[in-house]
Design a protein around this ligand. Structure first.
Ligand code: C5P
Length: 225
């Protein structure tokens, strides 16, 4: 018996959050942004000055951590996060925090902690969960699995547009290098690397509009319901 969960995995900047939010709203499911959890934990370990090589220290710092996901605010695309009660929604969204999240996401103690939290959230089903290892590790028994992909240049261009909309300066060459490095690290780590689940449906978001992607996914979901 399959779990009533939609999993959406793929590299950074592929459109996962926008698409996940749209799918969740169409199905009246809850949207779970697991990347936001890795970002918040990255911030926590950074603020606590934890030596990332010291697995015991990492485990201890995360022992009683509190993460609360908030729905996206008006005017913001992203879900918010309360980290130990503090609103870190803005702080976790910088390209630098993305790199920190990627670094801490390779630590076994971090993955164990967050995987258990995510499985707990998804226990009752009716969620759309987005990340890197959702169809492979977190919800291997999900009823609907998708893997989104697009060329790095296209993903970089979209991120650059987003950042500019927020009034930020963008160095495109540097942004592309960060994206390529993060994908490479995410795909090559030992535990739960980014990869397509065998039973996931792949969609190239570089050649379709967001509407086109969402329609294709909803069609696929209703075909297997
Ligand atoms: O999706 P987002 O860019 O917010 O993810 C930030 C980082 O968190 C990713 O680059 C990845 O290293 C890590 N992550 C992960 N597993 C997930 C979600 C995110 O390792 N399920």
């Amino acid at each position: 018996h399959k779990q009533e969960v939609v999993t959406i995995d793929g590299p950074s900047g592929v459109g996962k959050s926008t698409i996940s939010r749209r799918i969740a709203s169409s199905l009246s499911f809850t949207y779970l942004d697991t990347g936001a959890m890795y970002r918040a934990v990255g911030l926590k370990l950074k603020n606590d000055n934890i030596d990332l090589g010291d697995e015991g220290a990492v485990r201890e710092s995360l022992m009683n951590v509190s993460l609360q996901l908030l729905p996206a605010n008006q005017g913001s695309e992203d879900v918010g996060v309360l980290l130990d009660g503090d609103d870190v929604s803005q702080e976790i969204r910088s390209p630098e925090m993305a790199m920190v999240a990627s670094a801490v996401s390779a630590i076994p103690a971090v993955r164990q902690k967050l995987t258990v939290m995510q499985q707990e959230i998804g226990k009752k089903g009716r969620i759309v969960a987005e990340g890197r290892d959702i169809g492979t590790v977190v919800f291997p028994n999900a009823a609907w699995k998708f893997y989104l992909d697009a060329a790095p240049e296209i993903r970089m261009q979209r991120r650059a547009d987003q950042l500019r909309l927020q009034g930020k300066q963008v160095d495109e060459e540097k942004l592309l290098a960060m994206i390529v490095k993060r994908d490479h690290d995410d795909q090559n780590r030992t535990i739960a690397p980014l990869c397509k689940a065998e039973d996931a449906h792949t969609i190239d978001t570089g050649v379709l509009t967001i509407d086109g992607v969402v329609e294709a996914m909803l069609r696929e979901i209703s075909r297997h319901s």
